[in-house]
Write a protein that binds this ligand. Sequence first.
Ligand code: MIC
Ligand code: SF4
Length: 655
Amino acid sequence: MGQTLTEKILEDHLVDGEIATGEEVGIAVDQTIAHDLTGTMAWLQFEALGLDEVQVEVAGQHCDHQTYQPDFKVSDDHRFLRSAAGTYGAYFARPGTGILHQVHKENFTAPGKTLIGADSHTPTAGGLGCLGIGTGGLDVATAMGGAPYYLDVPEIVNVRLEGALPEWSTAKDVILELLRRFSVKEGVGKVFEYTGPGVETLSAHERTVITNMGTELGATTSIFPTDERTKEFFERLGRPEDFVELSPDPDAEYDDEIVVDLSDIEPLIACPSMPDNVVPVREVAGTETDQVLVGSCTNGAYEDILPVAKMLRDREVAKRTEMIVAPGSKQAAEMAARNGLTAELMAAGVNISEATCGACIGAGHVPASDSVSVRTFNRNFEGRSGMEDDAVYLCSPEVAAATALTGEITDPRDLADELDDLEAPGFEYPERYIGASESDIIMPDQAVDDGLVKGPNIDEVPLKDPLGSDLTGPALLKMPDNITTDHIIPATQEVSVYRSNVPKLSEFTLKRVDETFAGRAAEADGGFLVAGENYGQGSSREHAALCPMYLGIHGVLAQSFARIHKSNLINFGLLPLSIDAETYDRIEQGDDVELVDDAVEAVESGQETLTIRVNDDWEATAHLDANERERELLAAGGKLPHTRREFADGVDEEA
Ligand code: MIC
Ligand code: SF4
């Protein structure tokens, strides 16, 4: 039987287990990436594990989320990250070099490689045939140290592309169409592998737009084969030697198939406040728009700025609207400047930002109260922009530009009908990619530090005790479906300055759901969280598990979990227990919950069905879906104490 492309890459890197759907495998890691919000903890963990040198081919440390350095704590984090990269052997991309996925794509992503990233949009690399998977920082720390990365072999879905995109429809509309059809949770446990005749009609860049936002489907990753279009991209990047041709076998068998006819795709938009709340742009056309933002790891590349500049050339942004363009990388910014696009955008009334994530997580350009913001980003979870009752729409650069010109949400096809001289910009590559990286990326052999430099806000990594046998405590908080990691630990500026200080960061835990939660949790001697479906969707932020751990939470009783968050809970020794809808409905906040079984025995013996007793009155079943390796981590109090113990045992044995 032939193999899918995903299976081929997994097999090439297999170090443990067998490739069969649902089975756990360990794979060798070629490359890793982390950024300023996840990297500090990852390096502190690397240090706590006693590791002394990066073992992977390429490890990258970026500073992209907090580039405005609004506080000395952030500048201290950046200085620490440079020192850690230099000390341990990673490359360091200076603050302002750009968003990690864009910068890594321009400089290091390569077909056939495995890339583990402490960021949920690591699957961006799949557009170039690289298996990119988002994880918590601790998994990146151990991978950098040479450990395999473990994952359950996902179901592999064949997304068969047919036809070609019509004028004004873009790659962003393709992934919005998938989100419209499949929602933010249907991709959990799946890889979306793109095939079919429509693939060759998409450039390598357009493919990365689709794989980037596959994350919003909940997917483990997304991947495209490589071909002449990919080769052309690598040639223009100046890295032709990194190109490898890869495709699935013609008789590959998939777990499922979806067909998307590209010629049926029209301009789409995700309405507030979920990326799957997708409608045709025409359905919300006319909505007055206060702010338009172009940028992010989805649509911040040079190839995204170019169509915007073409549409805005010799025109003006509507007076009621503020438009900001934040390039995804300094290379994109430099090319836009050298090719005259920046001047044209500025003349049209655009505010040009430095290359940063910034506004995507509410660090700058926070929308005004009761206003509408239209963005080319990938997430519009309520409050993520920094404004609690925000109204953020997600769309393509073309829709964003049309909207900026009119001041109201506009389908660019309708604007083109109105303006005789507005032509569809289409897709265009630059002749060759130039600039920025050489001066801004510090390779390990150029390192300027030879020791860790820690500021006063950089605290120790907290460790949990091994799992206790009697787990009891109140249901401290009951939450609905689709709680995001942005609810658990927001990424906004005032919170993110404490990413390397867990005691302080914990004070913000679930504050957006209930202001009193952190205080109540700290006072209670242990307790549980209760949630509906898809708990912990969104980012890879391990702090969303680490802070509840610090506050003494034993576990989460949820109807279902998002993939990365579930593995982060296990990594930090919190039990992810699934409950059915009836139990969810019955359990109330404040109820006393007791795990009837001896937790240690149940976890260690592989018991899947556990019993919870509520208010000493009624009982229900909770399921622990965890394999042997994960159960060992849970019993030890998490991956950090477990790995430290393993290392210590290894040393004792050798002695
Ligand atoms: C995000 O888009 O939410 C982030 C900020 O990039 C996160 C990373 C983090 O919170 O540390 C992600 O996507 O993983
Ligand atoms: Fe940055 Fe936003 Fe991409 Fe996260 S989703 S990496 S915050 S641009």
